[in-house]
Design a protein around this ligand. Sequence first.
Ligand code: NAG
Ligand code: NAG
Ligand code: NAG
Ligand code: NAG
Length: 378
Amino acid sequence: MEVYKALRIATVFTFLIAGIVPNIQAECEDYSPCACGQDANGNLYVNCINVLPVDIQSAFSRTTALDIYSLVLILPEGGGNIPADLLSGKRALIIDLLGTDRDLFQLIMDPAALRSSSSYTKQLVISKCDLSLLDFDFLRGFSRLEELRLDSASNIKPIENLPPLTSLVGLAIDNSQGFEALTNFPARAFSSLNHLYFYNDELNDQAIDIILNAFVTSTSANTLATLTLSKNQITRVPSQVLSLPNILNFALNNNNISLINTGAFSLTAPNKIYLNNVSLDTIEPGAFQGDYSFAEIDLSNNNLASFDYSVFQPILVQMAGIANSTGTVYLTKNPFSCDCGLAWLIRDNPNLLKATSGGTCANSTTFEDLNPGGYLNC
Ligand SMILES: *[C@@H]1O[C@H](CO)[C@@H](O)[C@H](O)[C@H]1NC(C)=O
Ligand SMILES: *[C@@H]1O[C@H](CO)[C@@H](O)[C@H](O)[C@H]1NC(C)=O
Ligand SMILES: *[C@@H]1O[C@H](CO)[C@@H](O)[C@H](O)[C@H]1NC(C)=O
Ligand SMILES: *[C@@H]1O[C@H](CO)[C@@H](O)[C@H](O)[C@H]1NC(C)=O
């Protein structure tokens, strides 16, 4: 019965890790060749592994339960053409639809493929599919859909035609390809998106501009709180973030951003900023502006040699000024030169060290171990 646990897709989005079955409590109706389990609350879990759509349809037409809690479909090769009314009038709260290969598995959905779930489904994951022939109109009218994730997909261009999804809170696209073909992004399909997640999608600056320009002119510009652009091919901090007034968490880690300009992070009151492992060597004065009292900034794994007053003093003062603040600048794995350029911190403001973490000189001495007396002649 562990199979039901294993098959819920592990995901970067904690809110998508719903419905792990702690114990299978009772037998279900016969969904064969799909498998079924039920948890202590009576939630139904149905997994169809290597089952052709026509056999999924007949399993659901045979059974009587209307509401499925979690439905996992791992389609067999050649099973990528989903007909109308796949679930024979039944509906599922969480749907995971998996092909077998990002490059070889063509997903085609009849516009009515999942219509019986349209006013019910809250989370949908599509994984390991080539989307070039997918008509996203099958999602028209999905009025309760909160989370949509495309994982390991290729040829994602059809997403340009996503229909309105007015309840959508989070959109995640990861390990996917084909963004270079995008000419627009369907930000207007969302009323008030809270988080937007692009991880390992080979996105370059041009693709980021197309996506974020669409967002800053949409109503979600005012609701977006989390923006993740990690592990892509970005070379500059996207300026559109300045037009997202409620952004709290902004991840740019594992890109290639050697320079951060003045005002690039002029944000209202950020919480977490990830800039680790971006080949960063230069930060201009005033790069970080706003209320940084509770901000955590990760600058680890970069090429920073200087730790300048004009960049860091104002935000460290904010962080250190609040007794229980989690505000910290993380600095491990940077080759800091601990010359007179550090006198402002080590000699003049040692109280601000507590808002830093992991600062280490190129010669391996930690900031905390530096002797203020060594800076008297600076
Ligand atoms: C840092 O990024 C490079 C590619 O830019 C990658 O090869 C490397 O694995 C990353 N390192 C860490 C610690 O994430
Ligand atoms: C980062 O960009 C620089 C040019 O700005 C380039 O020389 C370097 O190879 C890039 N590094 C990676 C890991 O892509
Ligand atoms: C920090 O202290 C303030 C005021 O004492 C309090 O309102 C707040 O809940 C505290 N925050 C945390 C994270 O402990
Ligand atoms: C490293 O450099 C700092 C600053 O110049 C110096 O105070 C410290 O003694 C050096 N540590 C070692 C182990 O050489």
